[in-house]
Design a protein around this ligand. Structure first.
Ligand code: DX5
Ligand code: ZN
Length: 247
């Protein structure tokens, strides 16, 4: 139930790259996961789509559970009314669970309910609660929810598929979100998800994102090891450059 330790761990290491597992070739998933572990990736992102909230259907809790990994499981629920499904993802070993503000009639209740659940991997670790916003949803929508989350994710694509183009408004929206979080006096991790590649990850890190989700870019071209390493290094250097300029 205590998610502070996990939060602190991520806060300290930010910016972190969370790799979208569904972009991997499932025939070589085991070896690709080993490559990600060797690259130093810490978060594995599961895009759960139900064919209702967004057009595609992907996987469910059975898949999340079946993936054996030392990486933290970052579960992104793009499903209608997730309240009754939360327990199954917690039982599957989720360390971080994000729901969409657009998918719940009672978002606050969903987040409260998640806050009462215990991490099945390690009860001391807690579960980080996240809220995600589609590109067309006003940032202010999350303001009443800030007491109940440790992460806010902005989608830089409309949810549905990997490999889409980054929507530039994410930059302005992230700035607005960070101002809102700062004004609230809370410490909340911000994330950007969708359309992030080798070419724009530095910009996204400079925008101040703490968690950067990337799927297809890690599994195309070079090996997942080389891609993940180079994207992490680029993000770290870009974040360092803004911190250095700020001091
Ligand atoms: C959007 C998903 C993303 C996406 C990431 O529908 O939430 O996580 O699949 O994949 P890329 O990096 O390929 O956009
Ligand atoms: Zn996602």
């Amino acid at each position: 139930m205590q998610s502070k330790a996990l939060f602190d761990q991520l806060r300290q290491k930010a910016p972190l790259v969370s790799v979208g597992v569904l972009s991997a070739d499932l025939m070589s998933l085991g070896s690709d996961l080993e490559l990600l572990e060797r690259a130093g990736v810490e978060l594995l992102h599961f895009d759960i789509m139900d064919g209702c909230f967004c057009p595609m259907m992907t996987v469910g809790p059975g898949f999340v559970k079946a993936v054996k990994t030392t990486l933290l499981k970052d579960v992104h629920l793009m499903i209608d009314e997730p309240l009754d499904k939360l327990e199954s993802y917690v039982a599957a070993g989720a360390d971080m669970i994000t729901v969409h503000v657009e998918s719940c009639r009672h978002t606050h209740r969903v987040l409260q309910s998640l806050g009462e659940m215990t991490n099945t991997n390690d009860s001391a670790r807690g579960i980080l609660r996240g809220i995600a916003l589609n590109p067309g949803t006003p940032i202010e929508t999350v303001m009443p929810l800030l007491d109940e989350v440790q992460m806010v994710f902005l989608l830089a694509v409309n949810p549905g598929w990997g490999g889409q183009k980054f929507i530039a408004s994410a930059q302005r929206r992230l700035k607005q979100l960070e101002e809102m979080i700062a004004a609230s006096g809370r410490d909340i991790l911000t994330g950007v998800d969708g359309g992030i590649t080798q070419d724009n990850i530095a910009d996204v890190a400079r925008m101040g994102a703490d968690i950067i989700v990337t799927g297809s870019a890690v599994f195309r071209g070079n090996t997942a090891l080389e891609n993940a390493k180079s994207m992490m290094r680029t993000a770290e250097n870009a974040a360092k450059s803004i911190n250095t300029n700020a001091t």
